[in-house]
Design a binder for this molecule. Sequence first.
Ligand SMILES: Cc1cc2nc3c(=O)[nH]c(=O)nc-3n(C[C@H](O)[C@H](O)[C@H](O)COP(=O)(O)O)c2cc1C
Length: 326
Amino acid sequence: MNGETTTMANVLAVLTSGRRSGFTSRLLDAAAEGAGSIQGVRVDVVHTHGFSFGPCVSCFECVREPESACILDDDMGRRGEGALYRRIAAANALLIGDAVHNWSPSASARLFIERCYPFLWNGALKGMPSATVSCASNQGMQRLARAELCKWLFGFRTRYVGGVAAHVAYFNRAGQQAREVGAALGRAALADAEEGRRAWDDPECFEYYVRHAPWDPLDCYIENLTDGTLDPGASVMVQALAAGTFDNAEARELLEMAQSQFVHTFELYQAGDRAGAARSLAEASAYWTHATWLEFLEPDVIGTAQPQAYRPLPATGDGPKEQGPR
Ligand SMILES: Cc1cc2nc3c(=O)[nH]c(=O)nc-3n(C[C@H](O)[C@H](O)[C@H](O)COP(=O)(O)O)c2cc1C
């Protein structure tokens, strides 16, 4: 890599395949090599199996005190001092190399992502460049696995630079793709280090994923909010209001706002304006998220208000905003 230049940016390359030296690790190394070929970028390759951490126990302490991170006494916890957690927090970019398991990402990758939960509440990964390598060697479904990893990284609002869906049947080509994605990630990491994290708001992030990512939130979110009907008149917001399941008056108001923004989203979606629909959806989903938080999470699960960094409400907060084509 670039021994003679000052290291300015750090890419954390996380191997989640069980095999420390296998197909996945070779592709991750190729991506790491691409990132390290960018002057000023240093790559730190870690193997999750070499760290000690288990599943999230749903204590929600990280939500109550976003700055204290996870309280579990392991490498993803220790109030932000866990060895692996610290590396993520200090990185300028995140690269995940994972083996395809059961047509999906592996359980190790899932576990790693699950334990990143505190970053949802402190917002520290918002705008962080990210990339993935999914490697299959049998039936495949590497594209499904890549989409899933991308979805998880969207959840943290990272800036997904690219992902390789690899099968060992075309290993050499995948290696070249990994180098290219790695180089793009290295460049983004350098910008992150030099210019600071380029934060983005949810509408910008939603639109970016709709335009550029192998997974985007639009279709699945619309399917989910309409409860599978693709009819905004039968949305979960409409159902909740009709069923009287929301007691909190403020939450009901937020439901109304979510519904009204969602109707607008759906119009754009039907008109084929996916980018505009994505931006509008970001706002509808923020109203919906806040409504459920107020009604269910705050009183019954967590006991505190929604952290500011998490799915912020639109600035005006006065009803559906026009999100035109961009
Ligand atoms: C539990 C398990 C499930 C797997 N499921 C799939 C699969 O759905 N599709 C596939 O092509 N390979 C599957 N494989 C093979 C792995 O993807 C294979 O180990 C990987 O592609 C090669 O990377 P590695 O050298 O890092 O192990 C599976 C392996 C394991 C251990």
